[in-house]
Design a protein around this ligand. Structure first.
Ligand code: NAG
Length: 133
């Protein structure tokens, strides 16, 4: 027989994202913002408009003929939340600027420069559809 005072509630199953383990559920929204931005745009730069390293990254991409999607975190309401997501991704390295190519986290200014110098950056940009020539 069923109890009249049944208190069992049906819980929606939690999203099966492994990232929720490290980021915490309160960080799901900024994580999803980042995920959405980087999967919908070939090249995304998370930048601080007052940070010279961000300027270096943007100028290198512009000089290669790439028009990156630039997110100026210091001009966004959810900038601090997005920064903490990027901090997790960068694994304690300097999280800003952060460059994503083809939906994947490339790194910051050092990785971008190193990839440019060793010749892997341009093929990566072509593969992502950010460069045609
Ligand atoms: C080029 O540099 C990037 C960034 O340091 C590195 O991840 C990649 O493995 C390098 N590739 C080659 C072929 O040296």
């Amino acid at each position: 027989m069923k109890s009249a005072t049944q208190v069992e509630t049906i819980q929606p199953s939690p999203p099966s994202l492994s990232s929720s383990l490290s980021l915490g559920l309160n960080k799901m929204r900024p994580y999803e913002t980042v995920d959405h931005l980087v999967s919908c745009n070939a090249v995304v730069v998370f930048s601080m408009s007052d940070c010279c390293m961000s300027t270096v990254v943007k100028h290198l991409l512009f000089s290669l003929g790439v028009s990156p999607t630039v997110v100026e975190l210091n001009e966004q309401a959810d900038g601090p939340d997005i920064r903490s997501v990027l901090y997790q991704l960068a694994r304690s390295h300097q999280p800003i600027p952060a460059v994503f190519i083809g939906g994947k986290f490339l790194g910051g200014v050092q990785t971008l420069m190193a990839s440019h110098i060793n010749g892997t950056l341009v093929p990566l940009l072509k593969e992502a559809g950010a460069l045609w020539l």
